[in-house]
Design a protein around this ligand. Structure first.
Ligand code: N01
Length: 547
């Protein structure tokens, strides 16, 4: 053990240290307090709300309906909160997170502007020693804790991906990353703006920036499938119907593959078995409804390449109809498996490319060569602009943990442990890292679900696990390496039985150069939840629990 790993004498003892005050951290704190445990939430930013505090770019909004993307564990909370829009925008989601913090009187358990820098497991004391640095605005100077349990509620999409573009530092204008958007409003009026990336963030941002900027140039490496949101004010009749039996609605959603969409269950038939009229009707009906329900137009869209190609061609037809210039429409038309990368939900994305001030540049054949003080070069052409938006996504699922000095038994670092990919059991724990829980991490079904449903599930499982340990007089829990290997094999086998391995997605780590390719999220929430329940109910097989 090195000197810097000695527990500071002033470390504050706490039952559970929770990293992050997004939805996961908020519910975890509430749940632990309800069990009579002491808990401290530590949050690097200046507010609760997690992703909804950082992703403030124009157009940022949820892509699951607001009435679903909200906590269901408390009837009073879900009955009294009123959403204004079908898909809430970032400011409203941040207000909701703040409301949750106030409703459950959580603020005195949350330390803001304080970033966890390292945590190591002390095998003798059976405690996590956790250190933090304070950032401007913090209530107290640098802190450390000694915790029985450590819960990472730091979010699966929270470590921004900043590609290593040559010369980026030479660019003289402002550079914004969608996932670290400034709090003050950015006015692009009169400016020439460049956007790199065409994923969910870019798809939401581009139509709004296009309306403001003098010129907008979008650099696209992979074309994107986007289905319309048909966003608008909440339909009061729909809201009343849902709220008349909100628990029933939540329960029905939990039985859905993604933990949402029970109003639009998948059509149980196969696309290849459908007649041309049936195909068109099913796709069109769901296109008109909007959102992810499109992928339920037939039950085999993510299982059968031929079925998938029919759905993909339907969307390409919509792109051709929306975009006037055939060459631009062609460039905007994705050729990969639809649904293999996360589907985008848009408002006027494709139509934006009809504007005279918007142009699309293909960087799929020639990467961005490099930046100068006033633009970038790709494919031998120079593009001049005043401001740059990087909508380049995240080092998903592992990035936040891998950027920490996190050490388990015997000083094993998380970087060593995950050098070939994020080994885990049930997506919740890692062998060699006792009493460390991860919420919505690799190996769980979080990325394929309404993440709030996954958060509720994980928080409740973790709280129960700690309760069961305490009740049995036990001090530690960690998975066996065998259980971990089986679980990772299971996740990858489930993914391999679908079309999800057929493209370069962040699910696979393929968006980050050098990141090990391992399929990280597990498709199918109900089976996952059943498995977690069975493990907890039968004495935690696959785990070692010790006094
Ligand atoms: O990130 P992304 P995102 N040169 O990884 C491109 C959630 N989310 O922030 O596809 C050029 O999807 C990259 O190209 P390619 C949601 O789960 C939800 O948009 O790798 N281009 C891609 O086009 C989502 O899936 C909402 O070839 C480069 C883009 O940058 C996840 O967050 C809203 C590049 C990154 O797209 C991530 O979405 C926003 C390079 N070197 C986000 N590197 C909701 O609606 C990357 N790209 C709730």
């Amino acid at each position: 053990m090195s000197a810097d790993m000695l527990a500071p004498a002033h470390a504050q003892p706490v039952d559970v240290l929770v990293v992050g005050a997004g939805f996961a951290g908020l519910y975890m704190l509430h749940k632990l307090r309800g069990q009579g445990l002491s808990a401290q939430v530590v949050e690097a930013s200046d507010s609760v709300g997690g992703t909804w505090n950082f992703n403030r770019y124009p157009g940022a909004r949820v892509d699951i309906q607001s009435l679903e993307y909200s906590f269901g564990f408390d009837e009073a909370l879900q009955q009294t909160w009123r959403w204004t829009e079908r898909y809430a925008a970032q400011p409203e989601l941040l207000r909701y997170a703040n409301h949750v913090a106030d409703h459950f009187a959580l603020r005195d358990g949350i330390l803001l502007n304080t970033r966890i820098t390292g945590a190591w497991f002390d095998g003798l004391a059976k405690r996590w020693q956790v250190q933090a640095e304070t950032l401007p605005g913090a209530a107290q100077a640098g802190r450390s804790w000694s915790a029985r349990y450590l819960v990472m509620a730091s979010g699966p999409l929270s470590a921004p991906n900043l590609p290593d573009f040559p010369g980026l530092d030479d660019f003289a204008g402002p550079v914004y990353h969608t996932a670290r958007w400034p709090q003050q409003e950015i006015d692009f009026s009169g400016l020439k703006v460049a956007v790199v990336g065409t994923g969910s963030s870019a798809v939401q941002l581009i139509p709004l920036v296009a309306r403001q900027a003098a010129e907008l140039t979008v650099f696209q490496r992979t074309a994107t499938y986007a289905v319309p949101a048909h966003n608008g004010p909440i339909d009061p009749d729909f809201e009343a119907r849902i709220k008349a039996d909100y628990p029933g609605f939540r329960a029905r959603n939990r039985r859905m593959r993604g933990g949402f969409g029970s109003e639009w269950p998948p059509n149980p038939s196969s696309a290849v078995a459908a007649s041309p009229d049936e195909l068109q009707a099913s796709f069109e009906r769901r296109w008109q409804e909007g959102g992810f329900v499109f992928l339920g137009a037939f039950d085999d869209l993510l299982l059968n390449a031929e079925s998938n190609a029919l759905a993909a061609e339907f969307v390409r037809g919509k792109i051709r109809a929306a975009v006037h210039n055939p060459a631009t429409a062609k460039l905007l038309s994705p050729q990969h498996t639809i649904g293999c990368k996360r589907l985008c939900v848009d408002t006027g994305y494709y139509e934006t490319f009809n504007r005279a001030n918007v142009r699309l540049v293909d960087v799929s054949q020639h990467a961005i060569d490099g930046f100068t003080s006033d633009g970038l070069t790709t494919g031998g052409n120079f593009y001049r602009f005043d401001a740059l938006v990087l909508a380049t996504g995240f080092d998903a699922m592992t990035g936040t943990l891998m950027r920490l000095d996190l050490r388990g038994r015997g000083g094993l670092s998380i970087q060593q442990k995950w050098s070939a990919g994020p080994l885990n059991y049930l997506g919740l724990m890692v062998a060699g890292f006792p009493n460390l829980f991860n919420i919505a991490g690799p190996g769980s079904s979080s990325a394929f679900t309404n993440v709030i449903v996954s958060i509720e599930h994980h928080v409740e499982w973790i709280a129960r696990c700690i309760h069961d340990l305490d009740a049995a007089g036990l001090a530690t829990i960690e998975p066996t390496e065998a259980a971990e290997a089986d679980w990772v094999a299971h996740v990858n086998a489930v993914a391999a039985s679908t079309l999800l391995l057929s493209c370069n997605s962040w699910y696979l780590g393929a968006n980050i150069p050098g990141k090990p390719r391992m399929f990280m999220p597990l498709p199918g929430f109900p089976a996952y939840a059943e498995r977690c329940e069975a493990v907890a109910a039968s004495g935690y097989p696959g785990f070692i629990r010790a006094a």
